[in-house]
Design a protein around this ligand. Structure first.
Ligand SMILES: [Fe+2]
Length: 238
């Protein structure tokens, strides 16, 4: 599944944006301020589990590995949104990568199996998508498993050409471990931190599947690879 569904719409949280603008400007908003007001998505450490062997199937549906009959174990979670620059313009033809723990907290990395756990062989563990003309992207996956020392999180990277523009992590609002997560607490300023903690809601009243939207906002400066590796305790869980 590589194509974006035509009915996919992105909700922009204008109310939150306006609220933060009002705070920042003392209530005076001009169009030029408004145009430059998007909060940059904060950088966060890549952690130790970016796949050291990429899977053959790298599409944006991590639930299903091509050619396998079974689907990944776990709570289905979908998210998507737009990739924007700081002026709110969509960025086309960028690659958004996602890697994450399976339902048992294990990554597809060769050292990514948590103690006493087994990897779910049906989970793809890594996927990517190219943003379309509207900057849109979308992933269908599972809610990541919890593992010792971290809260639930997805790892995300954005590439333009051969340049890594952003490495970050995405979180689910209301997860109790969020408050104590060292990496989340050190991520960005408060507005930036809030921008990577998203509400995931049931897809419909009778659905077990979760869905959320998340717009990613990047600046024009490629990432410093040293910064990518920093941000977490050396040798600590990431
Ligand atoms: Fe991680």
């Amino acid at each position: 599944m590589n194509s974006l569904t035509p009915t996919f719409h992105i909700r922009i949280d204008r109310r939150r944006l306006l609220h933060s603008l009002l705070l920042a400007t003392g209530g005076i908003i001009t169009s030029s301020v408004y145009a430059e007001a998007l909060t940059l998505t904060p950088r966060a450490t890549e952690g130790p589990y970016y796949p050291d062997h990429l899977p053959l199937d790298q599409d944006n549906d991590l639930l299903q590995i091509q050619g396998k009959a079974t689907q990944a174990i776990g709570t289905v979670a979908e998210f998507g949104g737009r990739l924007l620059n700081a002026d709110g313009q969509p960025i086309q033809d960028a690659v958004i990568e996602l890697w994450q723990a399976d339902n048992n907290g294990c990554y597809i990395h060769s050292r990514g199996t948590q103690r006493g756990q087994e990897r779910d062989p049906a989970f793809q563990g890594y996927g990517k998508i190219v943003t379309n003309a509207k900057g849109e992207y979308r992933f269908r996956t599972i809610k990541p498993g919890l593992y010792t020392g971290r809260t639930i999180h997805w790892h995300i990277a954005v590439k333009q050409g051969d340049k890594r523009m952003l490495t970050t992590q995405l979180y689910i609002a209301g997860v109790p471990q969020n408050d104590k997560d060292g990496i989340l607490r050190r991520t960005g300023d408060e507005a930036q931190r809030l921008s990577v903690i998203r509400e995931f809601k049931p897809k419909s009243a009778d659905s077990q599947e979760l869905v959320s939207t998340w717009d990613i906002v990047i600046g024009s400066t490629p990432e410093d690879p040293e910064q990518r590796r920093g941000g977490g305790r050396p040798g600590g869980p990431q």
